[in-house]
Design a protein. Structure first.
Length: 180
């Protein structure tokens, strides 16, 4: 249980590149195939999705939402995982809630930041994903959720939330056209 938040933007990327902010099982395994993709770009480059994977297969293995957004602008993506459910937001605005107890991951998780490549066989143009910072906590901190929203979604001076037990990272992750 806990929360994670990352400030991210991507270039006008190739649809084969998918920026993904994930909570992943600590032991790299989960009997339920648990995964929380709290911001995932897909081939639909003008939106960001949240996927909560809660089963290994079948017709009901995940819950999801899609939010129209300009991912070339800086945005704050956050997820909070508590005993009562999982909530996601973009720039302090709630975009996703799942309160079904059966959908809880059931394992400890940690944050992973990726720029996945899903090749379609065609040429790919250079794409980048930039992160200003990332913060995650090992326990829920509901009082801090959305605390930065007053500064507006493009205010880069706003810090990520300040909480105890926070791991912070300042990173810039770039991925270019794959080798031929």
């Amino acid at each position: 249980m806990g929360n994670a938040e990352t400030r991210m933007r991507a270039t006008a990327r190739d649809p084969q590149y998918h920026p993904v902010l994930i909570l992943w099982p600590n032991n790299n395994a989960s009997s339920k195939c648990a995964e929380i993709d709290y911001a995932e770009g897909t081939t639909e480059t003008a939106q960001m999705k949240l996927f909560l994977h809660h089963a290994c297969g079948g017709s009901d293995f995940q819950t999801t939402t899609s939010t129209p957004i300009d991912p070339t602008q800086w945005h704050n993506y956050a997820v909070e995982w508590t005993p009562s459910g999982i909530t996601g937001d973009i720039d302090g605005v709630k975009t996703f809630t799942d309160t079904n107890p059966a959908h809880q991951p059931g394992v400890g998780m940690h944050q992973t930041l990726q720029l996945d490549w899903f090749p379609t066989g065609g040429a790919a143009k250079s794409s980048q994903c930039r992160l200003i910072g990332s913060a995650s906590t090992s326990s829920p901190t509901p009082k801090t959720r959305g605390a930065r929203a007053a500064g507006g979604p493009t205010d880069s001076r706003r810090p990520l939330r300040t909480v105890s037990s926070v791991r912070r990272a300042a990173v810039e992750y770039v991925r270019s056209t794959p080798p031929k």
